[in-house]
Design a protein around this ligand. Structure first.
Ligand SMILES: NC(=O)c1ccc[n+]([C@@H]2O[C@H](COP(=O)([O-])OP(=O)(O)OC[C@H]3O[C@@H](n4cnc5c(N)ncnc54)[C@H](OP(=O)(O)O)[C@@H]3O)[C@@H](O)[C@H]2O)c1
Length: 303
């Protein structure tokens, strides 16, 4: 059985991926501060800094694939501490990929639609990246560093709707909790995004873990449909039987400074479809799957 090491198994996406991938691979996880408890996924603490003994860890575990889910994802923290953002989102993934290349392992990096400015939308893999903020620039720098190594797969993610093992981590958890309490919420109605479920993310990562190395390179986890946060939240409310009048449309300009206002960050489905025949679920289907999972008390519904 292939071994997969998830760096940042405590992240919202990492915990979803660990829960899904353990069905097919031997999965190990790392965390920095928040120990995840995922059955059959041994996790150990590995705080990334300049002293982290990456080589020793890889020598001991010999993973077939390292899946890098750590990072600074809070865009405001990135603006306040750009050194930390560039270290976690670019330098350390490069260090790990470099060490891994000695053992012939594969490196999968989760990048972001925010490597683009949002001036165009429906971005495909060969569109030229033009990040506007520190988060996007640090993810782009990570991509550039990783280009030096073989057997690296970069998956640019849109907005993933996921329930994580740590409640506070997931935007969706927060949104649902407020709506279930019948609290009024504000959602941006003038910025376009692609929304893809954690289930589709897990499926796409499974394809990359098993892909032939000749398929290495950049992929977009895109879709043919896009929406605003307001549109997504009202769609979800309808499916979950929550009154849509609790959701108030607001402008993105009220949330971010003008320079970081990403109008249309939607990702097109290009290479994943072309190379692997990948198709994400339709939004209603994905939300209904999520609803079924929630009723069963699981955060990654089985396929
Ligand atoms: N969520 C999305 O929709 C989305 C979209 C585009 C791209 N991405 C990318 O996908 C990845 C996962 O995103 P997420 O939202 O799931 O992340 P998240 O929940 O914010 O978690 C961040 C992760 O980074 C780890 N971390 C922070 N500082 C660390 C350090 N010094 N050393 C080692 N680990 C450290 C955290 O570990 P502890 O919790 O143990 O401290 C945690 O596992 C990120 O690289 C992000 O850029 C996510």
């Amino acid at each position: 059985m292939k071994k997969v090491l998830i760096i940042g198994a405590s992240s919202c996406l990492g915990s979803n991926l660990a829960t899904y991938l353990r069905r097919h691979y031997l999965v190990y996880g790392t965390y920095a501060h928040n120990r995840p408890r995922i059955e059959n996924v041994p996790c150990f603490q590995m705080h990334l800094d300049d002293e982290t003994p990456i080589l020793g860890v890889l020598k001991t575990l010999k993973p077939d694939t390292v899946l890098y889910c750590a990072g600074v994802t809070d865009t405001q923290l990135c603006e306040r501490d750009s050194d930390l953002a560039f270290a976690l989102n670019a330098t350390y993934p490069g260090t790990i990929a470099s060490a891994l290349s000695r053992f012939g392992g594969r490196f999968v990096y989760l990048s972001s639609a925010k490597v683009f400015s949002g001036s165009k939308g429906n971005y495909v893999e060969n569109d030229f990246p033009d990040p506007q903020d520190i988060y996007g620039s640090s993810k782009r720098r990570g991509e550039e560093i990783l280009k030096r190594y073989e057997n690296v797969f970069i998956l640019r993610l849109p907005t993933i709707f996921a329930l994580g093992s740590l409640n506070q981590r997931s935007m969706l958890n927060r949104l649902l909790r407020q709506l279930w309490r019948r609290e009024q919420i504000s959602c941006i109605s003038d910025e376009t995004r692609t929304f893809v479920s954690a289930h589709d993310l897990c499926h796409a990562i499974g394809l990359l873990v098993d892909a032939d190395p000749i398929h290495e390179g950049i992929y977009h986890l895109g879709a043919s449909h896009s929406d605003t946060y307001y549109g997504f939240a009202t769609r979800m409310a309808r499916i979950f039987d929550i009154p849509t009048k609790l959701i108030n449309p607001v402008s993105g300009a009220d949330f971010h400074s003008q320079s970081h206002h990403h109008h249309d960050l939607s990702l097109g489905l290009g290479e994943l479809r072309k190379q692997f025949g990948f198709e994400p679920e339709k939004p209603d289907q994905a939300l209904k799957r999520l609803q079924v999972g929630l009723k069963k008390g699981v955060f990654v519904p089985s396929s």
